[in-house]
Design a protein around this ligand. Structure first.
Ligand SMILES: Cc1ncc(C[n+]2csc(CCOP(=O)(O)OP(=O)(O)O)c2C)c(N)n1
Ligand code: SF4
Length: 432
């Protein structure tokens, strides 16, 4: 985020890509970068993971847009992801603010054909013009920058009102407000339930700031509204507030014990069923395929590969610690799987780098022997700062750095611990 902040303020278009929890790590610079703003377009891709297919939580990063005061765009398809990327750069340059492009699991894991359009030449060198009273965020400077950020947010709200990404389809007095992949599910469901002439759908693609006028006008034409969004009731709460401002009285529901959950991913069948419930449509769910007579497929939980070097390390550590009362803080990577029996080395994990700092806590708070594990990539990512403090503060634990010379779990990317000369590279140049 900081690399991108500097490049964007040197006038370059910059993209900063991470999974949802990556934004937590990048949140410190992001919050103040929103004050400082950008010159070249800066697009942050936040790939959220409802259902936690490969993550430790399913936080909804739309709140980061709200927290930082910057726009969010949310695609409903692969094609839109590509088109919204172009829009996001244009929007970022128009407002002078970073823009978040938020995707979720189903979009992240899909691929499709897209039309590329004209590809512009990439500008890779810009210039930084000094202006410390804009760029150095001491309190006196930030006080004026915050005023500018709020003005930009007002401009963004106007753009959201007329954005091509906020669209209304269908007709009728039953209202559906949805976003992202839920839009496709809702479109299919309305067709399957044959309620096209009764149902209007407002698809929100520009989700921060939301368009209050558009939502109020939509609500005026509805007798009841269902909000369909994976994750938190981000839109639902806002829609209820807008409708209250208009003094309208109509049922609005979304997250509810009989409707949508804040947990996990949605799917087309589930969305169809909830729409039918809410609008009280006679609906017989489709028969699911009878799998009773099929042989049961054996469970195949994730496991360390055969021959994995981590397994041998865990085995040796367990042998060395035999008879000791131990706590094994672990970290994020392939080696996390060591928490499973029979190895059972992994007692505590909250985020990348947490093995080191939680070891400090356990070693202070208990009399047990603390032995923790961290991968080489994770060590350079966020373990190293904790270790510097641990040494300074005389914390007493044994840290095992599992140096397998790669970032295995996420696809073997190089990290600062990898000897790139073995591949005839001098360091790692991602893009010239
Ligand atoms: C903040 C954050 N960014 C990215 C990830 C995704 N992630 C999961 S494991 C991993 C790296 C693991 O590499 P390493 O520590 O070297 O262990 P290995 O898989 O090689 O055993 C990353 C980047 C994450 N969980 N949290
Ligand atoms: S991919 Fe992961 S589990 Fe498999 S051998 Fe490499 S580090 Fe071990």
């Amino acid at each position: 985020m900081e690399v991108a902040a500097a490049a964007a303020n040197s006038g370059l278009r910059t993209m900063c890509i991470m999974k949802h929890v990556g934004v937590n790590v990048a949140a410190d610079p992001l919050m103040t970068l929103a004050y400082v703003g950008v010159k070249g377009g800066l697009v942050i891709i936040s790939a959220d993971d409802p259902f936690m297919f490969s993550s430790q939580n399913e936080q909804d990063n739309r709140y980061y847009g709200k927290l930082a005061g910057i726009p969010i765009l949310e695609p409903s398809s692969v094609r839109e992801a590509k088109n919204m990327t172009i829009s996001a750069f244009e929007l970022s340059e128009r407002l002078g603010e970073p823009v978040i492009l938020r995707t979720t699991t189903r979009i992240n894991h899909s691929s499709a054909f897209v039309d590329l359009g004209k590809i512009k030449n990439r500008k890779t060198k810009g210039d930084f013009k000094k202006d410390p009273f804009k760029y150095v965020t001491v309190p006196a400077v930030s006080r004026t920058l915050h005023v500018k950020l709020l003005e930009n947010l007002e401009k963004a709200e106007k753009l959201s009102e007329t954005s091509e990404h906020n669209i209304i389809t269908g007709s009728g007095s039953w209202g559906i407000i949805c976003n992202g992949v839920s839009f496709s599910y809702a479109l299919d469901a309305v067709k399957d339930l044959k309620i096209q002439d009764k149902t209007k759908i407002l698809r929100i693609g520009f989700s921060n700031p939301l368009p209050p006028k558009m939502i109020k006008n939509f609500a005026k034409q509805c007798e009841k509204i269902l909000v369909i969004e994976e994750g938190e009731p981000f839109m639902e709460e806002a829609v209820k507030a807008f409708v209250q401002e208009e003094k309208l009285i109509l049922p609005i529901k979304g997250k509810h014990k009989n409707l949508f959950s804040r947990l996990y991913e949605f799917d087309p069948g589930m969305v169809r069923e909830k729409i039918a419930n809410y609008f009280e449509i006679d609906y017989i769910p489709r028969n699911s395929v009878d799998t009773e007579k099929l042989p049961k497929i054996p469970q195949r939980p994730p496991n360390l590969c055969s021959g994995c070097s981590h397994r041998a390390t865990f085995y040796e550590v367990k042998k060395a610690a035999k008879g000791m009362e131990t706590i094994y803080p672990t970290d994020i990577g392939c080696y996390t799987l060591g928490f499973l029996p029979p190895l059972s080395v992994g007692d505590f994990l909250i985020c990348m780098g947490s093995s080191v700092s939680t070891s400090c806590g356990f070693s202070k708070a208990t009399d047990k022997k603390v032995i923790s594990f961290i991968g080489d990539s994770t060590f350079f990512h966020s373990g190293i700062t904790g270790l510097v403090n641990a040494v300074f503060n005389n914390h007493n634990f044994t840290l095992v750095i599992l140096d397998n010379g790669t970032t295995a779990m996420t696809g073997h990317q190089p990290n600062p611990g990898v000897d790139m000369s073995l591949m005839n590279f001098d360091g790692y140049n991602l893009l010239e």
